[in-house]
Design a protein around this ligand. Structure first.
Ligand code: S3P
Length: 180
């Protein structure tokens, strides 16, 4: 008796989207770009879509309209992307898990959610160099990141199907770890 083709079966069962979650600066956008190229898919990068759609930067939206208005835009982009028929790579913004509806949507979606994890040291080094669209880190970046890690860790854990460490790995190695 011939056995079913296991790789074929796995492909059929594969969730539609790949969603990257994790703290600011962990590399969701960069990893997402390479992963999308590898899978020949479109990348939906939450912050970029918001900036294109509103014609304003994340920083401007935070300072003019406030964080709740930004979070509403962030939720719209996530829900829209998760509902897309086309299989996507979605680089979700770091704060997406704060909203219970977003977490529910991530759990219910036909998607594999990958939590990119980074050590505090690596993150802080990256953040302080690269604070452009991250107004929440303007004051006391180290303390803010430590608080975010504490608050968000259980939320990322709740929605994630898999955890991939980015420490001591190149972007290419992280992508390979995701695809394994
Ligand atoms: C935020 C993360 C940022 C950006 C905004 C708020 C957060 O996106 O959406 O500054 O609350 O974690 P990245 O995770 O892409 O840096």
């Amino acid at each position: 008796m011939s056995r079913p083709d296991e790789s074929g079966a796995r492909r059929d069962d594969e969730p539609r989207h790949v969603v990257l979650v994790g703290l600011m600066g962990v590399g969701k956008s960069t990893v997402g770009r390479i992963l999308a190229e590898r899978l020949d898919r479109r990348l939906v990068d939450s912050d970029t879509v918001i900036e294109e759609r509103t014609g304003r930067t994340v920083r401007e939206i935070f300072s003019t309209d406030g964080e709740p208005a930004f979070r509403a835009l962030e939720r719209d982009v996530l829900l829209e992307a998760l509902a897309a028929e086309e299989p996507l790579v979605i680089a979700a913004a770091g704060g997406v898990v704060l909203d219970a509806d977003n977490r529910r949507a991530l759990l219910d979606a036909d998607a594999r959610v990958i939590w990119l994890v980074v050590s505090h040291q690596t993150l802080l080094a990256r953040e302080t160099e690269n604070g452009g669209h991250r107004p929440l880190l303007d004051d006391d970046p180290a303390g803010t990141l430590a608080r975010m890690e504490r608050e968000r860790e259980p939320l990322y854990r709740e929605v994630a199907d898999a955890l991939v460490s980015v420490d001591h790995r190149s972007v290419g190695e992280v992508v390979e770890a995701i695809l394994r």
